[in-house]
Design a protein around this ligand. Structure first.
Ligand code: TGC
Ligand code: FAD
Length: 392
């Protein structure tokens, strides 16, 4: 792979909206990605292996629980810092950002928000340092967009519960130490349960042959009569709203992360277009190529503004789920379109692993599907503005 020469576009001087601390945190994450992710990520993706060697580095830049209070090992940062870290990581690779998103928003967040003090002390510091890795089990083979229909269930058995069922498409599952699993009780009420590796009847087979997110490990969570102490149930919230509130946090991170992938594709295509000579001049001089680049930077700038404003609203506790949904949908869509256009600008070179664009393009096919598909987010906006539910 070519050396990482990334220069971040900031067409509207958006750095002026950031604090010195934001810039410091972002630049530290950017430098780490250049040094520790870019040199190894293409090979990891080609080999379809999550590079576990980067776990301590992710912890060191605050990627595991950026907004979790320091008393639990988190970085105690604000929402914009969290977004900026996700942006920089996904600039390197969406799969690496996935690992960080799951750990922070889907594992640490529910334990922090809905867990007991004992659960927080047991798990959060180890998750923040990367000593423990987590996964989040909501999706099932027959219930993806409609998680409320889940059939994974547990029965009361005195001081413990017995869990049965299966979750599919679970990021980090093959190596997770703990899984936050959403399952129904005997009254059909959904609860979060902490399932730990080593519990009898709990297995995590890996899903192979993905063409997307190859540097992220995806798998199943299978429960066959797993005996789990009741002290592993998250007591703070039950019902579908509990897992969906975690998705709000993760979708917010994705809205920022996708900008990172888009920026990397744009920057690569811009540099290439200035160097690549055809018909006696750089291809950057042809109007058709300029149109692509001009549209890319316009969409990136709009996405940056959307993410920044959402960050402010979220920090103030005012962001609605529907606003988060809109930003996830828009920013992933512009990123996938930019990746496609940028790939074409590199001609044949665009399909090789010499450049990051094809990898981003393939990765974004997962990003546009997980955490709610593009269509589901469109329907969430539709419901919000019309009051009419078009899901069912
Ligand atoms: P609905 O009746 O609308 O809602 C059920 C209850 O949940 C509440 N609620 C929310 N609460 C917090 N945050 C949100 N975003 C919420 N959305 C809804 C709602 O108020 C209600 O509460 P209550 O108290 O009235 O019961 O539910 P529905 O069954 O009609 O479904 C709605 C729908 C389709 C929007 C939702 O289920 C959905 O978002 N589906 C998409 C599924 C999804 O996003 N799955 C993601 C799995 S995790 C993942 O993909 C990780 S990828 C990891 C990586 O980054 O690598
Ligand atoms: P389906 O729900 O079957 O949807 C198929 C199609 O039908 C989609 O186009 C969808 O938009 C459309 N559709 C569905 N319902 C409607 C409707 N009402 N109206 C109109 N169109 C509709 N899940 C987890 O729980 N944890 C994870 O860590 C996790 N990681 C993932 C990692 C990867 C790489 C991938 C690919 C997925 C991951 N997921 C995870 C699962 C992901 O959230 C689901 O794939 C996603 O929610 C969609 O569910 P589905 O694949 O079952 O598609």
């Amino acid at each position: 792979m070519k050396p990482d020469l990334f220069e971040a576009p900031d067409y509207y001087n958006l750095d002026d909206l950031l604090t010195e601390e934001h810039i410091m945190i972002r630049d530290a994450a950017r430098a780490w990605v250049k040094r520790d992710v870019s040199p190894i990520i293409e090979q990891a993706a080609q080999e379809a292996k999550f590079p576990k060697s980067i776990i301590p580095g992710l912890a060191s830049i605050g990627a595991f629980g950026p907004y979790i209070p320091e008393e639990y090992g988190g970085a105690g940062l604000d929402q914009i810092s969290y977004g900026l870290i996700m942006q920089e990581i996904e600039r390197g690779d969406s799969g690496v950002r996935s690992t960080a998103s799951v750990q922070s928003s889907l594992v640490m967040y529910p334990i922090w928000k809905y867990g007991t003090e004992e659960q927080k002390k047991k798990f959060l510091p180890k998750l923040a340092s990367g000593e423990f890795m987590g996964s989040f089990g909501l999706t099932e083979p027959d219930h993806g967009s409609n998680p409320g229909g889940m059939v994974t269930r547990f029965k009361d058995a005195g001081d413990h519960i017995i869990l049965n069922g299966a979750k599919l498409w679970i990021s980090n599952s093959p190596f997770c130490d703990v899984a936050v699993v959403w399952a129904k009780d005997e009254n059909d009420r959904i609860h979060g349960v902490l399932v730990e590796r080593g519990m009898e009847g709990f297995t995590t087979p890996e899903t192979h042959n993905k063409w997307s997110l190859r540097a992220s490990a995806t798998g199943e969570l299978i429960f066959q009569d797993v005996k789990i102490p009741k002290s592993n149930i998250l007591p703070g919230r039950s019902g579908l709203g509990a897992p969906l509130s975690c998705l709000d946090s993760a979708r917010f991170g994705i809205a920022w992360g996708a900008i990172g992938a888009a920026m990397d594709c744009y920057d690569t295509a811009l540099r290439y277009s200035k160097e690549r000579i055809q018909f006696g001049k750089p291809i950057a001089g042809f109007q058709l190529q300029q149109k692509k680049l001009a549209e890319m930077i316009t969409e990136i700038t709009k996405a940056q503004l959307l993410a920044w404003r959402l960050g402010v609203l979220r920090e103030q506790g005012k962001a609605t789920s529907a606003q988060i949904s809109m930003a996830k949908r828009n920013n992933v869509e512009i990123a996938i379109n930019i990746a496609r256009e940028a790939r074409q600008m590199l001609g044949g070179m665009g399909i090789t692993g010499e450049y990051s664009i094809m990898r981003h393009s393939m990765n974004l096919e997962s990003v546009i599907t997980y955490e709610g598909t593009h269509d589901i987010h469109l329907l969430i906006t539709g419901l919000d503005i019309t009051g009419e539910n078009a899901f069912s």
